[in-house]
Design a protein around this ligand. Structure first.
Ligand SMILES: [Zn+2]
Length: 504
């Protein structure tokens, strides 16, 4: 008797579920998943704990807060932003600094001149998430919109997103937010399903005033207000509220700089024998004559608070070695110290900087995720910059692609980790059946029974998979060196890599 009552209860719940499903969202399950990626440049991992930022704190309850993002060795803006959108380390994607020398191209580039596809397309395998989204060969209509992200406007391996706007230093973030939300809200025939935006604060404030300052407090309040605006824009819109996933992250943190911790490189080495490119925290030194390498290395080795490596000695775990754009000598300042390379203006003093070893605590960035894909009120241990691409790829239901990161390192923050084509097929079948029946007016007992039957299969499949995977523990990131090689600096291309190749 009790067993029968349970069955009736189950059928009643399924009936309710199917009725609600039939009447409310006939088309949304046919839409591509929605994702908005936001980067606040230089937003240090512990700013929300050091400053009063109520909207960031709200994000923790609304979704997932990762303690911090473990970034790559070169903790500078362009390399890390490229790693976020490709899932590749610097030695794999080739953007090894904000200033780069390429011996093969025999050319130097800076932030102002990097709008040449050769810099971004060194590795033919590099593919930004916006390209992966648009090239997915499935039944969804997919479009990407990108605003101000480093590289945008430059085709990468022949591809630009459908919508993009270039970086504009004077543009405020509320204008960027409005534009990206408008793109999400366009008619189905033209709207985007992936938005990617970049904002240059609080990095600029950090450089000019330091990470702990009144000015930083003011800038962070502005960023916090922008997050509040975003939440309000989502909450007043049923479509976005129900479907939009949001990731808010940053590339790196910020370290305080004190006076008398700066060295002039030319005081220690003969700059006629070499050339140096990089930032104040680390430089790649190219030495045309191999016989001069030992001499320059020996001179730099005597300087306290700075580390020097011959290229062959760079630790493998830096993943900053196997590329022709990395110098014969790598010279790195310890946190808080600075290098003035030839061409740099020593009179410009910084009160904050980054670019130091990624193990330095102040270099870590933030990560928040919320929306239907994410758990709520969850705080988790760090994962890596290169894991963000696999995470986004999974949320967008893209085919898994080889990167230096792995979905295995991040899947525990997702509500439903179900990598199963059957789930999608049933979802689509249910949606199509619903819209067919609704359009012909056959709301009959037969229709309801059919939907109930499909719903039972749907729920059983979903329940079984979610029970297996929701609580999966994070795994050790064993795949980080997937695309690296040990062939020195000569070759970092992967001509045989296949987009469709499955991970074992
Ligand atoms: Zn940055």
């Amino acid at each position: 008797m009790r067993h029968t009552a349970n069955i009736f209860t189950l059928i009643f719940i399924i009936f309710l579920y199917s009725t609600i499903y039939c009447s409310s969202v006939p088309n949304e399950s046919l839409s591509a998943p929605l994702l908005l990626l936001i980067s606040f440049d230089g937003f240090r991992w512990n700013y929300p704990d050091l400053y009063h930022l109520p909207n960031f704190n709200l994000l923790s309850k609304r979704g997932v807060r990762v303690k911090y993002i473990q970034n790559n060795f070169a903790t500078v803006t362009f390399p890390l932003h490229y790693s976020i959108i490709t899932g590749l380390y610097e030695e794999s994607h080739g953007i090894v600094g904000n200033t780069i020398f390429d011996p093969k191209l025999n050319a130097v580039t800076t932030l102002d001149t990097m709008n040449d596809t050769r810099w971004w397309s060194q590795n033919s395998y590099s593919q930004p998430i916006w390209t992966s989204n648009e090239l997915a060969n499935d039944s969804y209509q997919r479009r990407s919109g990108v605003i101000a992200w480093p590289s945008i406007g430059t085709p990468i391996n022949g591809h630009l997103p459908v919508r993009y706007q270039l970086f504009n230093l004077t543009r405020k973030f509320d204008s960027i937010l409005q534009q990206i939300i408008d793109w999400f809200r366009e008619p189905a025939e033209s709207r985007i399903n992936l938005g990617v935006v970049y904002y240059p604060e609080p990095d600029m404030t950090g450089h000019h005033h330091g990470p702990i300052s009144d000015e930083m407090n003011k800038t962070l309040k502005e960023c916090d207000d922008y997050v509040g605006q975003l939440l309000a824009m989502i909450d007043i819109d049923e479509y976005l509220k129900r479907n939009l996933n949001v990731i808010i992250t940053s590339d790196h943190g910020m370290e305080s700089i004190r006076k008398n911790r700066t060295i002039i490189l030319a005081d220690y080495i003969d700059t006629k024998l070499c050339s140096a490119y990089g930032s104040r925290s680390s430089v790649n030194i190219f030495v045309p004559l191999e016989s001069n390498i030992n001499r320059i290395y020996a001179n730099l080795s005597t300087i306290p608070n700075f580390e020097v490596y011959k290229k062959s000695q760079i630790p493998d775990e830096y993943h900053y070695k196997s590329n022709i754009r990395i110098g014969d000598i790598l010279f790195v300042a310890k946190a808080g110290y600075e290098i003035i390379a030839p061409g740099d203006n020593a009179s410009i003093e910084l009160l904050g900087d980054h670019g130091y070893d990624d193990r330095v605590e102040s270099m870590h960035g933030i990560f928040y995720g919320f929306g239907p894909a994410f758990h709520e009120n969850m705080q988790v241990e760090p994962f890596h910059t290169v894991d963000i691409y696999p995470l986004m790829s999974y949320i967008l239901k893209l085919k898994e692609r080889k990167t230096n990161g792995s979905i295995d390192n991040v899947k525990h923050i997702l509500r439903h980790h179900i990598n199963n084509d059957l789930f999608d097929e049933i979802n689509l079948l249910l949606s199509k059946t619903t819209s067919y029946v609704t359009s012909w007016g056959f709301i009959t007992d037969g229709c309801v029974l059919l939907v109930i039957l499909i719903s039972i299969v749907y729920i059983i499949v979903a329940f079984r998979h979610s029970r297996q995977l929701i609580y999966a523990e994070p795994q050790f990131p064993i795949r980080y060196r997937l695309l690296s090689n040990d062939e020195g600096s000569k070759n970092n291309f992967f001509p045989d890599a296949s987009d469709n190749e499955e991970l074992e």
